[in-house]
Design a binder for this molecule. Structure first.
Ligand code: IMP
Length: 202
């Protein structure tokens, strides 16, 4: 299947699994060379759940030793979705003071989540904090935020697959698909299930 080709009802391929693998190898080479001479292993932190797919592939492509940790967050409903105020549900286990930290994100959209995460981690006196994101939707940015490594710049479209979900569905789709009709998907969250997975979930 080629990029841009329509796939079943309502989705079209944006980034294939092969393109993902190639770009992740390139990102891993850049990151490995930057941290190659560090005395203590780089701490790779990813946010549950979506970024864990990217994290798993990225760290296995690195040629340096790393520690892996996870955070889980949720938006404060009372503050509104664009407030950037989030609540930490699960914090990292590692003490990151004096450590080099790499935040591993699957997508940066408005930049609010990343801004909050960076501020939270920087307050713990790490040696450095850098960010790698697989996808950068910079057209939607509300707050400018530094991103040291970005896999793909994407337009202002809603995407699913490779960890990215819509109402908890589609994370395990191996490629990244663009959803042209988000209104139709909101009305029927399982709209693309049959075209992407066949009929087993009918
Ligand atoms: P932020 O707007 O940069 O704070 O991103 C918040 C979160 O929105 C991301 O971590 C994703 O979970 C989610 N998100 C943004 N754009 C998309 C998309 O196109 N597909 C799926 N999730 C998205």
């Amino acid at each position: 299947m080629r990029t841009g080709e329509p796939y079943g009802s309502g989705g079209s391929l944006l980034i294939s699994r092969r393109e993902l693998a190639t770009r992740i190898d390139e990102l891993a080479a850049d990151i490995s060379s930057r941290y190659a001479s560090q005395e203590r292993p780089l701490v790779c932190i990813s946010v549950l759940k979506g970024a864990t797919f990217f994290l798993a592939d990225l760290i296995r492509a690195l040629s340096i030793d790393v520690a892996v940790d996870f955070m889980s967050i949720s938006s404060y409903a009372a503050s509104g979705p664009d407030s950037g105020v989030v609540r930490i549900i699960k914090d990292v286990d590692e003490d990151i003071a004096g450590r080099d930290v790499l935040l591993v994100e699957n997508i940066v959209d408005t930049g609010l989540t990343l801004t909050y995460l960076r501020r939270t981690l920087l307050a713990r006196q790490p040696r450095s904090v850098a960010t790698v994101t697989l996808l950068d939707k910079s057209a939607r940015r509300i707050v400018p935020v530094p991103i040291e490594y970005a896999g793909f710049e994407i337009p202002d479209v809603f995407v699913i697959g490779y960890g990215l979900d819509h109402q908890a569905l589609y994370r395990n789709v191996p490629d990244i698909f663009e959803v042209p009709d988000i209104a139709a998907l909101r009305k029927d969250p399982a709209l693309l299930v049959t075209s992407l997975f066949g009929s087993q979930r009918d």
